[in-house]
Every structure is written in structure tokens, then in C-alpha cells.
Design a protein around this ligand. Structure first.
Ligand SMILES: *[C@@H]1O[C@H](CO)[C@@H](O)[C@H](O)[C@H]1NC(C)=O
Ligand SMILES: *[C@@H]1O[C@H](CO)[C@@H](O)[C@H](O)[C@H]1NC(C)=O
Ligand SMILES: *[C@@H]1O[C@H](CO)[C@@H](O)[C@H](O)[C@H]1NC(C)=O
Ligand SMILES: *[C@@H]1O[C@H](CO)[C@@H](O)[C@H](O)[C@H]1NC(C)=O
Ligand SMILES: *[C@@H]1O[C@H](CO)[C@@H](O)[C@H](O)[C@H]1NC(C)=O
Ligand SMILES: *[C@@H]1O[C@H](CO)[C@@H](O)[C@H](O)[C@H]1NC(C)=O
Ligand SMILES: *[C@@H]1O[C@H](CO)[C@@H](O)[C@H](O)[C@H]1NC(C)=O
Ligand SMILES: *[C@@H]1O[C@H](CO)[C@@H](O)[C@H](O)[C@H]1NC(C)=O
Length: 302
């Protein structure tokens, strides 16, 4: 029996439709680790400590010299260790406070409108393989092997008072041996009207990092295509606090052209100049706490 052409078209149309529905439901940037119910994640719900979920870690996580056995996934886009935080007004880093914080995107988020926050930890299987590969690619020369991973994902969450806005990002904590790392992965990020800040900060801000452009709500859409590891949408950091990290292992040369003349024998000019250089260096993943100084100023002929 031959199908009528009309029925044939109809069938094709329906199958295309259902295909696009499936892909829509699973669309996530390739840099994202598996998440959500498909991956078997637990969902973070506001049972304890005001919109935060306590996770007892299967393996201790070392963050700049502090060893933590637990972490709180806080609604408002950040992880803390000592206690939960319902702080929806982000502070700009460096806070110089009394707590360590990892903030993939700290701002006022409200999942009662839309979106899901979910998490999962792993101590075996393909996620560890992927983490091992990613870290060795982003940080060559360490011969790293992951033995524990925690993935926390904010999937299409809304900003407070802006029901329907959809913002997706993920933080991945990875450890193995004495080393620990974090990945921050960004998908579609909506313009924010509240305070925002992405990066990490430590007790007394002895180490901190501000993801460039992340403290300006009208610019944070660009997080999706910014990176310090040549993978658009991803920022990767080594965070155990081991010796000379991010500095000795990351010796970089930069060539900069200064387009106006300023006399670097004047201290005011030096400050402005070094600030500009530092901003440029942090784009390459060096911590913002980096201290720069001029060794010698030499007058040259143009
Ligand atoms: C959770 O967050 C919402 C707004 O973000 C707030 O109105 C609500 O009170 C919070 N829930 C708890 C238990 O604190
Ligand atoms: C974390 O757990 C380990 C082993 O259970 C324990 O030895 C260590 O003291 C704990 N650390 C903290 C900071 O609680
Ligand atoms: C948070 O935990 C760290 C590491 O255990 C500790 O050094 C610090 O004093 C704690 N901060 C507060 C405010 O409890
Ligand atoms: C991997 O770890 C999970 C959780 O601890 C466990 O249920 C599972 O059996 C483990 N799988 C393998 C292959 O070891
Ligand atoms: C942080 O700074 C305060 C005041 O300067 C100091 O008392 C405290 O010991 C410092 N904490 C750490 C963990 O360095
Ligand atoms: C933190 O505050 C202390 C004193 O309050 C100061 O000495 C230190 O330089 C500050 N650190 C940063 C990173 O701002
Ligand atoms: C954010 O960026 C926009 C566009 O570049 C700029 O006009 C605005 O002044 C910035 N806001 C802040 C608070 O830096
Ligand atoms: C991505 O980068 C380009 C070039 O820097 C920029 O023009 C664009 O607005 C960025 N943002 C997005 C969301 O594509």
C-alpha cells in the first residue's frame, strides 16, 4: 500500500518536530558535565539553611590550604564551606572576609519561578575520566588523575523578580592526590539587574580571582564566550594553594603597546600603568591578588 504524499509529509513533519523537542530538552553546551535528572543528579531544595543544600563530601577538598569535608550549594550561585549563605547581594571580590567562597555566578537567583539547581558527586566512572582529561589539557605537566568530582548546576534559573529569565552555569570541583581544581562553565546567561560577581575568594583574600566582566550585569552574557583555557565559556583554576601555583607554572610573556606617553618616573603614572598591565594579565588566568612592581625604568629613544 502506498501512502498518500500528504500523509508522508505529515509523518516527516511530526518526526522532525519530536526530534527538535528532544534536542531542546537536552541542549547544553558541550563544555558542561552531565547534569540534571538525566545524569541522576540530586535536586537542591530549600529544606535546610534557607535555600542552601549541605553536601557531605566523599573526599576532602583542599581549597588554598583549608581542607573541607562539606560544602553548601547556595541558591544564589555560590558555594561556601563553613556555613550556608542566603546572601543574595553579592560582594565584589576581594571581600577580605572570614570565609572561603567559590562563586560561579553570585547574584540574586530565585528558582521558585523557574530553573533547577542540582548536584552530584562521583568517585568512579566516566566523569572521573573526563575530569582527568580536562585538567591535563588545561594544566599540562601535572600528570593529574582525578579521584573525586562534584558537579553543581544551575539550569535555566531565573533572577529574582525576573521570572522567565534563563541563566545556566555550572561549577565542577575536582580533586586527586594533593591537587584540586575548579571549572566554571557558562551557558546562556541573561542580563542581570542586580549585583553580580563570579570568581573565588578566600579568608582574608590571600588568594582571589574575579572573572573579567563578571561584575557588570549588562556584560555577563559574554561569560558564555570568555575563557582562560581556550575553551569558550569555561574558566579553570588550580585551587589547592600549592607552591607558586598560577605563577611559576604560568610564566607568560605579554607584549603590550602603550598608545600614549606617560612619564613612568612619576609614581601616579606607575600605579595607573601597572593596573592596566594587571588587568591584562588576569585575562590569562593569573590571580588578581598578583602584586606587580616596576624594577627599573629606562628612558629609550622612540
Ligand atoms: C528562598 O529564596 C527566596 C527568594 O530568593 C526567599 O523569598 C525565600 O524566603 C527563601 N527561602 C528561605 C527558606 O529562606
Ligand atoms: C574531614 O574528615 C577526615 C576523615 O573523616 C577527618 O580526619 C578530618 O579531620 C575532617 N576534617 C575536617 C576539617 O572536619
Ligand atoms: C571557616 O573554616 C576555616 C577552615 O576550617 C577556618 O579556618 C575559618 O576560621 C572558618 N571561618 C569561620 C568564620 O568560621
Ligand atoms: C561507583 O560509585 C557509586 C557510588 O559510590 C557506586 O554505587 C557504584 O557501585 C560504583 N561503581 C563502580 C563501577 O565501582
Ligand atoms: C585574617 O586576618 C585577621 C586580621 O588581620 C587575622 O587576625 C587572622 O589571623 C587572619 N586569618 C587567616 C586565616 O589568615
Ligand atoms: C585585608 O585587610 C587587612 C587589614 O584589615 C589588610 O592589611 C590587607 O591588606 C587586606 N587584604 C586585601 C587583599 O585587601
Ligand atoms: C557596565 O558596562 C556597560 C557597557 O560597557 C557600561 O556602560 C556600564 O557603565 C558598566 N557598569 C558598571 C557598573 O561598570
Ligand atoms: C562574544 O564575543 C564577541 C566578541 O568579543 C562579542 O561581540 C559578543 O557580544 C560576545 N557575546 C556573546 C553572547 O556572543
Amino acid at each position: 500500500m502506498r501512502m498518500s504524499p500528504l500523509l508522508h509529509y505529515l509523518l516527516v513533519f511530526i518526526s522532525v518536530l519530536s526530534l527538535s523537542r528532544v534536542t531542546e530538552a537536552q541542549t547544553a553546551p558541550v563544555i558542561f558535565y552531565p547534569f540534571g535528572s538525566v545524569a541522576g543528579d540530586a535536586v537542591s531544595i530549600a529544606i535546610e539553611d534557607e535555600n542552601s543544600t549541605l553536601i557531605n563530601l566523599w573526599s576532602p577538598f583542599v581549597f588554598f590550604g583549608h581542607t573541607y569535608n562539606r560544602t553548601y550549594v547556595n541558591n544564589n550561585g555560590h558555594l561556601t564551606f563553613n556555613q550556608s549563605s542566603s546572601e543574595f547581594v553579592s560582594n565584589y571580590f576581594p571581600i577580605n572576609g572570614s570565609e572561603d567562597i567559590i562563586a560561579p555566578l553570585w547574584t540574586d537567583i530565585d528558582v521558585s519561578m523557574n530553573g533547577i539547581i542540582s548536584y552530584q558527586q562521583y568517585s568512579n566512572g566516566s566523569i572521573l575520566t573526563r575530569a582527568t582529561q580536562d585538567i591535563n589539557q588545561h594544566f599540562p605537566d601535572l600528570s593529574f588523575t582525578a579521584n573525586w568530582v562534584l558537579v553543581a548546576t544551575w539550569d535555566r534559573v531565573a533572577y529574582y523578580y525576573h521570572s522567565g529569565t534563563e541563566t545556566s552555569f555550572q561549577v565542577v570541583l575536582i580533586s586527586g592526590g594533593d591537587l584540586s581544581f575548579i571549572l566554571m562553565n557558562y551557558g546562556d546567561i541573561a542580563v542581570a539587574h542586580n549585583m553580580v560577581q563570579a570568581g573565588y575568594d578566600t579568608i582574608n583574600s590571600t588568594a582571589y580571582f574575579k572573572v573579567p566582566g563578571s561584575n557588570n550585569g549588562s556584560l555577563i552574557q559574554n561569560l558564555k564566550n570568555s575563557t582562560n583555557v581556550n575553551a569558550p565559556g569555561r574558566w579553570a583554576f588550580r585551587v589547592d594553594g600549592g607552591p607558586d601555583q598560577n605563577i611559576k607554572e604560568n610564566i607568560i610573556g605579554v607584549q603590550m603597546k602603550v598608545t600614549s606617553f606617560s612619564d613612568l618616573r612619576e609614581s601616579g603614572n606607575v600605579g595607573t600603568f601597572l593596573e592596566k598591565v594587571q588587568q591584562e594579565l588576569t585575562k590569562y588566568g593569573l590571580p588578581s591578588s598578583l602584586k606587580l612592581s616596576l624594577r627599573r625604568v629606562q628612558k629609550t629613544h622612540p
